[in-house]
Design a binder for this molecule. Structure first.
Ligand SMILES: [Zn+2]
Length: 389
């Protein structure tokens, strides 16, 4: 547990809070919950040293995420899940959201001749923007927390604004999940800038008792990771050892985090699901999985290629990855099955030259997605189902 977080949370929330006693009580209850969740963690925060000091705006600790979500007034913040350790998973909503039950689900409605019995006729497309699947990959979390701050106040924690994004977001409904894996975040460093490759592996995927890092593919031999056989699990899994990114078996979803996201995707008919990650290399939008509707695969290929082009134009990478569908099988594959939506993942660069560059790819991706969606639906359900008998 970090010293001083309790004070920090109360200070951050109270700075902008209403005078009502009820608000204070809610905040104190929230802080107690966080304290309990920290106590429930089986492993301490990993600390290998060598990281540069973070700037003030780099907010990604659980108490900082909670403070920002609790400060939301223009949008609506809601706890949509409790992690295995007891941390709250927040979703922050911007736009009009109707909770009326849908007469059908995507699968049935898509086969009925009128998918609108599920999808309805929404005026705006819906984006679910989820970051922090993996605890030691905080770049997406920092970006989302700053996006929320910008939507609330006009400026992010750097006193910076992205007016084009603010303007475009008016045309959408968006749900931000700043940190999907709060358990993993709680035991991960604030960032890995300035660290070496072995440290990166250990912080991300964990460490065996003999000190050997758990390699990326090796970590996926287990679901869940056997927590009694590791020295430290890294930030990948939640407190039960599950890598939420691979909690993708229909009928056997293991984590509250994945279940909550699927509920949001279905209930609000998500057109696009953004899945935020980080790596040691240059940033890139991962090409869509070929395991989906062909219409969505093509839409995803075009969109990823456009985003990668803009990342290159911004000087964050050189050239573009090949425009070829991947064969990834993970949480994203459930999105077209659940809402008919398109799901894609971004990899940020945890080792970029500046802290700004570490998060900038999120803003570029978001702006590109929003612009693209106004030219052509992000998930054109007419086209998806055309010719269906
Ligand atoms: Zn990841």
């Amino acid at each position: 547990m970090r010293s001083g977080w309790w004070t920090l949370l109360l200070a951050a929330v109270c700075a902008g809070c209403l005078s009502a006693n009820q608000k204070k009580t809610t905040t104190e209850a929230g802080a107690m919950n966080l304290q309990d969740a920290y106590r429930n963690l089986r492993f301490p925060q990993s600390s290998y040293g060598g990281e540069e000091p973070r700037p003030d705006w780099w907010r990604c600790r659980p108490e900082e995420i909670v403070a920002v979500c609790e400060s939301v007034r223009r949008g609506k913040a809601r706890v949509v899940a409790r992690t295995a350790a007891g941390f709250p998973v927040y979703a922050v909503f911007y736009g009009e959201f109707d909770d009326a039950p849908r007469p059908s689900n995507w699968s049935a409605a898509g086969s009925s001749g009128s998918y609108k019995s599920y999808y309805g006729q929404p005026e705006k497309q819906t984006i679910v923007w989820a970051t922090g699947f993996h605890g030691a990959e905080p770049e997406g979390v920092v970006a989302t927390v700053n996006l929320i701050q910008m939507l609330e106040t006009g400026q992010d924690f750097r006193a910076r604004s992205y007016p084009r994004i603010l303007e475009l977001l008016e045309q959408y409904r968006i749900i931000f999940l700043p940190c999907v894996n709060m358990d993993g975040r709680a035991i991960s460093p604030d960032h890995l800038k300035g660290t070496d490759k072995v440290t990166f592996r250990k912080a991300c995927q964990g460490e065996w008792p003999d000190g050997r890092p758990i390699e990326w593919r090796e970590s996926k031999e287990h679901f869940p990771l056997p927590l009694d056989r590791v020295k430290h699990p890294g930030g990948y899994p939640n407190a039960d050892g599950y890598n939420i990114m691979h909690d993708a078996t229909p009928g056997n979803i293991r984590t509250a985090e994945a279940r909550a996201m699927l509920e949001l995707i279905e209930r609000y008919g998500a057109d696009f699901f953004f899945n935020g990650h980080s790596c040691e290399g240059k940033p890139f939008m991962i090409m869509p999985s070929e395991i989906s509707y062909q219409v969505l695969v093509q839409r995803g290929l075009d969109l990823a290629d456009e985003i990668n082009g803009r990342l290159a134009a911004a000087g964050l990478r050189e050239g573009k990855p090949n425009k070829v569908a991947s064969r990834t099988l993970n949480f994203n594959n459930l999105v077209p099955l659940t809402s008919g939506g398109l799901a894609m993942s971004l990899e940020c660069n945890s080792w970029a030259e500046s802290f700004d560059d570490m998060v900038e790819s999120n803003f570029i991706a978001l702006e590109t997605i929003l612009e693209s969606g106004l030219q052509k639906p992000l998930a054109d359900r007419e086209a998806i189902l055309r010719g269906l008998e």
